[in-house]
Design a binder for this molecule. Sequence first.
Ligand SMILES: Cc1ncc(C[n+]2csc(CCOP(=O)(O)OP(=O)(O)O)c2C)c(N)n1
Ligand SMILES: [Mg+2]
Length: 472
Amino acid sequence: MKSLRLSRPPPAALFRRGALRPASTLSASTSTARPPPPHQRPRPALQQRRHASSLSQRPDAKYLMFPGAVKSQFSHELRFVQPSAHEALPTYRAVDQHGVVVDPSFAPDLSDEEVVKLYRDMLTVSIMDVVMFDAQRQGRVSFYMVSAGEEAVSVATASALAPEDVIFCQYREQGVFKQRGFELSDFMNQLFANHKDPGKGRNMPVHYGSRELNIHTISSPLATQLPQAAGAAYALKVQRMQDPSVPPRVVATYFGEGAASEGDFHAALNMAATRSCPVIFICRNNGYAISTPTLEQYRGDGIASRGVGYGIDTIRVDGNDFWAVREVTRRAREMALQDGGKPVLIEAMTYRVSHHSTSDDSFAYRARVEVEDWKRRDNPIARLRKWMEAKGIWDENQEREARESIRRDVLKAFSEAEREKKPPIRAMFEDVYEELTPELQEQMKQLRRHLEKYPEEYDVSPFEGGKESLDK
Ligand SMILES: Cc1ncc(C[n+]2csc(CCOP(=O)(O)OP(=O)(O)O)c2C)c(N)n1
Ligand SMILES: [Mg+2]
């Protein structure tokens, strides 16, 4: 068995044997005499030094000083820790579901116009969701995912970040894109996979991305965005270490409580904690991972307790409370930039009001009454609206006008994007290699012959350049 050396040898002992001379003596002696055989050679001074990670245990200490259990008190009581004996971590709220302020220290840090802008962002997402869900049912787009009930998590968190901060989303955060300035036409071009989509129609709908807005493109495999975010945050940290004049930035990454069961989640948290990366992990805990309810997903105290387990500053927040979500994200950003950088975890408690996606019927696994109860009891848009109405900055008329004009804008962007041509068929062979490989060229010719042979089966007219794009 390997033995752990916990105590530091007295400094004098280090120099008693010839092998442990100070570095200056070593360099003087090596210049003239023949070097001794390897096993007798002095070990470099560096190896004699203790590493910053090592800890020493005093003989009669009351605390254990093992690496990995720093300052754990010795106990003669044989007692297992029972999670059920611990209170659940609290959920921070600034405003309750009636729009009433409950945190006496809370003071809005936005102008009335700014609040209204963010409220309109939430409304826009919710109206676009309804239109696109119906459009999928009509067969006009292949797939869609709504974020009904979760609009505050994305809009309020994004509003507390700087535009330069780098974002990695899961897929249900269209509010992040909207808040950052993604236009309705940008959403629609991606959803319709037309030639204006920067991804050239190669991704499934809702896999948005924007280089200009510093949002990485969404990818389907769950939780892959998390280690990527930790790595990106590490890169930002190193960049600033090399050039302190670079403005400080954080990375924010979003994920569902279901995605937190992936190994990548754990790898990301541990990497971010040990490397002190300025990354904010934002969990949308909406009660379901497709058909798996949280009660079957995990047994611990949600996702927040895992942040604590990894040594990460963590908070749980009412995800339907716009102001609470904004406030915790604002603080999290400050903390993430302290002391050269560190990770922070936010668990936002909310509820997935709609089906997982257009491919899902959630009433196969949950009761309608459960959803109806949630809708009646709480909704982030209704809650902020109540707060705005109580403040006298919003009323019934403004609400009606806002809804009508947003719906008009959504439908306009919808029909414009639907009319646009699709990217050239050739585009599906491009952009992996700088030049098409001989194999790809051959495949392209095969496709060309196939389309020629079965003209009745393939309508290529929506694609820019038709089948001729394959000839170039
Ligand atoms: C690695 C991987 N496994 C499974 C899936 C299929 N899948 C897509 S979404 C999803 C549920 C994710 O739930 P959650 O993270 O809670 O997010 P929510 O949909 O509730 O927003 C699953 C299992 C996937 N995309 N990737
Ligand atoms: Mg979920």
